[in-house]
Ligand binder design. Structure first.
Ligand code: UD1
Length: 421
């Protein structure tokens, strides 16, 4: 199994190009199931999660042509062969559940295994199921699979979500584009990936209003057509690389970065003593003093602080001046990076969903183990600031969400290498 070795202490200077968003691509790709005509995605990220989604779509009969080393994906659902999303693929990635809404909408049936993905909590699907049932779907759980049908097609409805789930909003949004009549999603998630999905669906011919707010209104149409859509910038990859110079020193410009994607995160960086400047190409980041300052962070739905940047922020606060309190409100069990950071000399106390981090002067390199996608990258970042060498093992999680991480970080001066074994 591959591992990554990082030697800390070298300041980082230069530019890092931010890729298209994994989480946007993972909902844009299943949108192809809504149309017989091709969907072309540009600025797609090159990640193992994308390869998993390609495998899932191909298992349903979707033709996928990758071009420009995977940056362009052409998806065509004109000759579908199946409406069953098999456990063997779905267990690798929770986002596989995003085929449910589109399959039901166009084929009036779907059998979708309950998902796997990162082990960061129970992650049930009740919100997706209740919402699709409100649109007329009949859904039963049998042998670990959701068996869903909508005889005669889905119907527009008022769909209030008990929590602003990202995945449930995406599933309902896609499903509603082909439903009969008007669907109103209440308490919809407002994440930029949802805005990006709505834009793409609109290019395919869907009638959607209100994306980016808590109420999205969709007027169903008979069919959707072809479209070409550029995937929005990955705000989590952006936030991760924005933190790199805070750990290591130096100044890094993240190309493609936009303030509106990372507003609440930038507010916390400012409070921690980090300067973020807009440039013509993106965002430039530099810490104001040798040490960042402690700040308290609570994860929330967008536009609040993203749970997917919590691990990286915690790692940064391990060497900040003072004591920080981090509260995780989106997922239970999302502090699995804490014991690994403690192995590197961090002072962290976890009680339920609250972690108290007291900054130490310096972390020390250690062998550590990645436990989920964002935890993995937090350990790499910690390694950039630590004294000596850190070896991060089980990095297959990392390849799910970060393309060419060693190349991107070594290009700005980091001492980092992948060891294959
Ligand atoms: C998406 C992101 C993930 C991010 C998360 C929260 C993708 C592919 N993944 O995941 O990176 O961390 O948003 O920003 O876009 N829940 C239920 N019942 C449901 C659905 C969700 O109880 O039916 C709970 C989950 O267990 C979790 C919370 O709601 O505690 C948030 O989940 P949700 O917003 O649905 O996240 P995902 O779409 O799975």
């Amino acid at each position: 199994m591959d591992s990554i070795v990082v030697t800390g202490g070298t300041p980082l200077n230069g530019q890092i190009a931010i890729a298209g968003a994994k989480n946007a691509a993972l909902t844009l790709m299943p949108a192809t199931l809504l149309s017989e005509e091709p969907l072309t995605l540009t600025n797609a990220p090159r990640l193992s999660d994308i390869a998993t989604m390609i495998a899932l779509l191909q298992s349903l009969g979707v033709e996928v042509t990758s071009m420009q080393d995977g940056k362009v994906q052409v998806l065509s659902s004109h000759a579908m062969t199946s409406t069953t999303a098999d456990y063997e693929i779905v267990r690798k990635m929770r986002a596989s559940n995003l085929v449910l809404g589109p399959l039901l909408a166009r084929h009036h049936q779907a059998i979708v295994s309950l998902p796997g993905g990162c082990a960061i909590g129970a992650r049930p699907m009740d919100i997706h199921v209740t919402a699709l049932e409100a649109m007329g779907a009949e859904i039963e759980l049998k042998d670990g699979y959701l068996h869903a049908k909508a005889p005669g097609g889905l119907k527009g409805a008022k769909v209030p979500l008990r929590f602003a789930s990202v995945g449930a909003t995406e599933n309902v949004l896609m499903a509603a584009t082909l439903a009969k009549g008007t669907t109103v999603i209440e308490n919809a998630a407002r994440e930029p990936e949802i805005v990006d999905l709505a834009k793409c669906l609109r290019s395919m011919g869907a009638q959607i209003a209100g994306e980016g707010s808590s109420t999205i209104t969709i007027q169903g149409v008979d069919r959707l057509g072809a479209a070409t859509h550029p995937v929005v910038t990955d705000r989590i990859e952006l936030g991760t690389y924005m933190l790199a110079p805070v750990f290591a020193g130096g100044e890094v410009e993240c190309l493609g970065g936009r303030l509106d994607l990372v507003g609440s995160f930038v507010e916390k960086l400012d409070a921690a003593g980090v300067d973020v400047t807009e440039t013509p190409g993106g965002l430039k980041v530099k810490r104001r003093a040798d040490r960042a300052k402690a700040v308290d962070v609570t994860t929330e739905v967008f536009p609040g602080f993203p749970t997917d940047l919590q691990a990286q922020m915690m790692a940064m606060l391990c060497t900040a001046d003072g004591t920080s309190v981090l509260e995780e409100k989106i997922f239970e069990n999302r502090f699995m990076h804490a014991p690994e950071l403690i192995r590197m000399g961090a002072d962290i106390e976890v009680q339920g969903g609250v972690a108290t981090v007291t900054g130490v002067e310096r972390l020390k390199g250690a062998p550590v183990m990645a436990t989920d996608l964002r935890a993995s990258v937090s350990l790499i970042l910690a390694g950039l600031a630590a004294e000596g060498e850190s070896t991060v093992s089980r990095i297959y999680h990392l390849d799910r969400g970060y393309e060419h991480i060693e190349e991107k970080l070594s290009a700005v001066g980091a001492k980092i290498e992948r060891i294959s074994s």
